[in-house]
Design a protein around this ligand. Sequence first.
Ligand code: SF4
Length: 266
Amino acid sequence: MRIIREDQLIKKNEKVAVAVSGGKDSLTLAYLLKKLQARYPFQMEAIIVDEGISGYRAHTLDAAKSQLEKLEIEYHIESFKDNFGKTLDSFVENNKENACSTCGILRRYILNKKARELSCTKLATGHNLDDEDQSVIMNLMRGDVIRFSRGQNYYKKISDKFVERIKPLRYFLEKEIVIFALNNKLTFDSSECPYAEYAMRGEVGKFLDRMEELRPTTKYSLLSGYDKVLPALNQCFIPDSIGICEVCGEPTMDGTCMRCKILEKE
Ligand code: SF4
């Protein structure tokens, strides 16, 4: 947890929300933050989002609750059903290819809103090096310059309504986190979401695995190179502030935010 202290990701006495899915990454993060709390004063609560994915989310929820209870971390469960009136399964019933983008937009909305309600000034997520590299490549492949140029501090920069995101595990390989979680006997669920097969992420992940095999350290080099150009990208493409959604009042670059556009369609 040297990264957290040296990069000052968490300041003394800050309140941090940790997003927990029930998988190895987020529970490893919760475990490490709990250890750090014993040596460094800050508050922490966990947020679990139940998207409503049948045959999958129930197992991960059980793992999340069980491990957080062992760690004595207070948690809050927020569901798509309670927040938006429908489960993810219902949202994407006729359009499974869109599952991950719908899921991502609605989940980020809930996490940000709940973290803010809890008066947290940081929102910690368990993204690892593989996740981060995949996002860099996917944003490039989509030609999505804004997302490509955002970086993790983007949210704070453009609106006080965004709780600042931190990703303390972003320089750790997925397999390193699996080994850590197993060695420390963490309870986690490793089942795969049924919508993952529709996502571009899986294919990009396979490509990166192959490149790492051919040229070890590729994954690390890709992210560290990206981090070096990020400040310049940020300056060129990211505005200093953005508007407010005309429907819900949350920050957005368009007149209506992505969450409200999804809900409008229903
Ligand atoms: Fe959501 Fe896609 Fe992840 Fe499933 S794989 S939890 S749909 S983002």
